[in-house]
Each structure stands twice: as C-alpha cells, then as structure tokens.
Design a protein around this ligand. Structure first.
Ligand code: FE
Length: 335
C-alpha cells in the first residue's frame, strides 16, 4: 500500500514539474527497435529527451482530433503517400532550415517544406537462387508475363508499399495499361496475397513460389535473425526497373506538427536526423539508403550493388494513390 502511494506521488510530481522543458514528443509509425538507437544517440549528445508514442494507424485523424492540444512535435513515418496525407490533413507546419536544405536533396523533401525524407528503400524482387536464373527477371512490367504463372508471392495489394508501386506503374504507363498489368500479376500468383514482405521470402524458401516482391531492408533484418537467416540466404536481390527507367523507391520521413509545443528542440532533432551520424545509424541498423549524399551504405546494402532509381517524382506517385487503390480493388487483387 505504501509502495503504491509513493509511486502515485512520484508520477504526480513528474507531471507537475516544469523541469521537463528539454524534451520533445514524437508520434512514430516506425518500429521501436529502429527508432531507439537514434533517440539514444541524440539524447546523449544534446540532453534533450525524446518521448516516442508508436501510432500504428490513423496518425492524421489523431492529430486532427487533438488539434492545438496535441502533445506531438514531430511525426515519423514511412511511405510518401502517408506523409502527404498528414500534410493534406492540415496538421503540419513548414520548416525553414539551412541544415535540412543542405543535407536532403530537393527531390527528397516537400517543395513547401512540410515533409522531409530521411531514408529511401527500393521495392524489389526476391528471387530464388535455385529456381530463378540471373537475368530472368529485369522489369516490373515483366511480372505480368505468363512465364511467371504460379511462381509469384506478394503481400496484400492494399498495403501502402504495393499501392505506391502500382501508383508508380500508373505514372509510367497510365491507368488502362496498369489495370492489365495488375490482372497479369494476379494471374501469376502462387497463392492469394498474405503476410508481410518477410513472409514472401519464407514462402520462396519453402518452395511455394520462385519470386516475391518486397522492400530491400527486410533482407537485412532476416539475415540478422538466426531463425530467418536460412530463408533470406535462399534468395537473391534483384533491382527491377520500369522499362527504360529505374527501380521503384519510397521514403521514410519526418514532419513537424502545427501544434508543436517544443518547436525549437523538435527542429534540433529533425536536423540531427539528417546529419552524418544519424544517417549512418539508419544505414547500419535498418539497411536503408541514407538520403544525405556521401553517407556510406551498410556493407550488406553495398554488396547488393548499384542500381538506377526511378525518375518519377515521389509527389506524382503520392498523388496517384487514389487511382492505384481503385485499380487494385477493381481487379480484386487480394481475392
Ligand atoms: Fe517496412
């Protein structure tokens, strides 16, 4: 009883103390394991505490509902369309920063300074080392070729990563051609879409399919996990291109909320996330591609070789999200 009372007193004290000025609050859609090493390094350097609230779904809705009283200073999330949705909901503010401008290439940040990309990742093909020859798959368009019948695995078409890939296909070939492509890919599936990207690698390892579609960094996560290493080693990473262009990229990024109560410190964290040190942590802990030019990839990512990124602007891809969703539903991709 005494213990419970003192704990209560302690928590009331900590809420009432104004000495917590050097802290910021972040709503994160990103995995705790990934964000923690960044937060620890930043706090050690600056003394600014970073409170992370993991928000899985409904980030924009939550910020709208909280309005001016939102405790959040920053939003960390993946996928360009998701970032754009939060901006479109009117809950972010423009950030002018010479540091961010210097560190992040113009194509990786909003022209209105509302969002800033921090890492990129490619959506690529995992190919069975045993059953897929080198050079057998080279383009996204080719995934609709009947030669892949019964050989492809993929997660739900409605997943953000796949919606962005379909949106990029529309940017290249238009709506009609993309619908035909989706029907072709669906006809080639070995099973109905299910699981996450890692599950497609496991399915290839289990012999259920020969190729899967997924993000680059998941291979890094699997290789680091003794239970998944063998599956990851059974596949090769192939960077497909859109015909005549490059591999589909997406980003993770950050935005400052309109209500940010700790604006100054939040800006410090944003700028730090674009620094060499933070970009190196992103590269090493999650095998993503740093956005800051000159920061080295992890040894694993470098071993995958060079590739050409697709040239379609991310903002164009984000704007095509509703059309992509419509097509995915029209062809009943998951059904
Ligand atoms: Fe992911």
């Amino acid at each position: 009883m005494r213990l419970r009372f003192s704990l209560l007193a302690l928590s009331l004290t900590s809420v009432a103390l104004p000495a917590l000025a050097d802290e910021i609050n972040v709503y994160s859609h990103r995995q705790p394991e990934l964000v923690q090493p960044l937060v620890d390094a930043f706090t050690a350097e600056t003394g600014i505490a970073v409170n992370i609230a993991f928000v899985d779904k409904g980030m924009a809705e939550r910020l709208v509902a909280e309005g001016d009283r939102s405790p959040a200073d920053l939003v960390l999330t993946v996928d360009i369309a998701r970032l754009q949705q939060i901006v479109d909901a009117g809950v972010t503010q423009a950030v002018q920063s010479d540091v961010l401008e210097a560190n992040i290439p113009p194509t990786m940040r909003d022209t209105g300074d509302q969002w800033f990309g921090l890492t990129t990742r490619a959506r690529i093909v995992y190919a069975s080392k045993d059953r897929v020859a080198t050079g057998e798959v080279t383009t996204y368009e080719d995934l609709a070729d009947p030669k892949w019948q019964g050989r492809i695995c993929i997660r739900s078409g409605l997943n953000d990563y796949n919606v962005a890939l379909v949106a990029a296909m529309i940017a290249h070939h238009g709506e009609e051609a993309t619908k035909t492509w989706l029907e072709g890919v669906k006809a080639n599936l070995a099973r109905k879409p299910e699981g996450g990207d890692r599950d497609q690698v496991k399915a290839i390892f289990a012999g259920q399919c020969d190729i899967g579609i997924g993000n680059t960094y998941y291979i890094g996560q699997m290789l680091a996990d003794p239970d998944q290493k063998e599956a990851a080693e059974s596949v090769r990473i192939v960077f497909p291109t859109f015909e005549g262009d490059g591999a589909h990229l997406n980003i993770s990024g950050v935005a400052m909320t309109k209500a940010a109560p700790n604006k100054e410190n939040a800006l410090k964290f944003m700028e730090w996330l674009s620094s060499d040190e933070a970009q190196r942590i992103y590269a090493e802990t999650n095998n993503e591609f740093p956005v800051k030019p000159g920061v080295a990839k992890s040894a694993l990512v470098a071993s995958w070789g060079e590739f050409t990124p697709d040239s379609k602007p991310l903002t164009e891809i984000a704007a095509l999200r509703p059309t992509a969703l419509k097509l995915i539903e029209e062809v009943n991709f998951d059904g």
